[in-house]
Write a protein that binds this ligand. Structure first.
Ligand code: CP
Length: 300
């Protein structure tokens, strides 16, 4: 793994290795390598709380030095391209770049870079570290993916989390289903679309997706009714009450409370939403560690 761009490029052996490494960091079973001779830049062209903060903590726990970069004060504001921005940071001494950008597959423009890229989310394309932290959270719960029934519910078309998780969870042997309003279906993904009320009592995991208002055109926004969405596709109290005893709730967050999920259920016993965020920091440590080890860094 030279870069982490899409879950398409990770095989299941690599996924399991990353779960093991992240779990070892979490359980204190290994002392993190110190990459204190390495520099990282985090380039977030879209807003973020969880991904950016957990990368920052992961990088600091691994001893990396941070190159300060904010799009709002950078020469991006003077029209500098993404490629020129990244090439500049490479020349200045960055050893790895973490990038979130609104352009789907922005990384196609960066093929001539000589340093690794970790994709922190590209438009409605992929969010591989989110998928990996979700997989780690599921593994902690079930110790296997084989035959798990997973319902991914909501704005599938605009969600990079849905695409990354569909690919990785299917490859790992889970049965992935979607539930979505017609206008938010993505027919390029081969999982079946089901009625949430027909499956809610026999699924193992319900993964709710954030409604991606920022990616909707005006017609989709005008059609959107919060109360109707919650009633038809959201996790209501009555749906929660039908879940199996061992079933869990996931959501990549940020959560639109009372839209995708009733607000009071965000921290319900079956919710793993904040556990996902905790795991995200350890998984991002594992990803950086893996990529920089490949780059020839040595442990102290
Ligand atoms: N889940 C996620 O990507 O959250 P942020 O947008 O806050 O990083």
């Amino acid at each position: 793994m030279d870069n982490l761009l899409s879950m398409e490029y990770l095989n299941t052996t690599e996924i399991y290795k990353l779960i093991q490494r992240a779990s070892a960091f979490k359980n204190g079973d290994v002392t993190p390598c110190s990459f204190d001779d390495k520099f990282v830049a985090n380039l977030f062209f879209e807003n973020s709380t969880r991904t950016k903060s957990s990368f920052l903590v992961a990088e600091q726990k691994l001893g990396l030095k941070l190159i300060d970069f904010e799009t709002s004060t950078s020469s991006v504001q003077k029209g500098e391209s993404l490629y020129d921005t990244c090439k500049t940071l490479e020349q200045i001494g960055a050893d790895v770049l973490v990038i979130r950008h609104s352009q789907t597959t922005y990384y196609d423009d960066l093929e001539n870079l000589n340093i690794p890229i970790i994709n922190a989310g590209d438009g409605s394309g992929q969010h591989p570290t989110q998928s990996l932290l979700d997989i780690m959270t599921i593994y902690e719960e079930y110790k296997s993916f084989d035959g798990l029934n997973i319902l991914i519910c909501g704005d599938v078309k605009n969600s990079r989390v849905a695409k990354s998780n569909y690919q990785s969870l299917t490859a790992l042997g889970a049965n992935v289903m979607f539930s979505s309003p017609d206008e938010w279906k993505d027919e390029t993904l081969e999982a079946p679309y089901v009625d949430i009320d027909k499956v809610i009592d026999h699924i193992d995991i319900v993964m709710l997706l954030r409604v991606q208002h920022e990616r909707h055109d005006d017609s989709e926004v005008s059609d959107f009714e919060v109360s109707q969405y919650h009633e038809h596709f959201g996790l209501t109290q009555s749906r929660y009450d039908l879940l199996k005893d061992h079933a869990i709730i996931m959501h990549p967050a940020p959560v639109n409370r009372d839209v995708e999920i009733k607000g009071s259920l965000v921290e319900a016993p079956k919710s793993r939403i904040f556990k996902q965020m905790e795991n995200g920091m350890y998984m991002r440590m594992a990803v950086i560690d893996h990529i920089l080890q490949r780059e020839g860094a040595t442990a102290k």
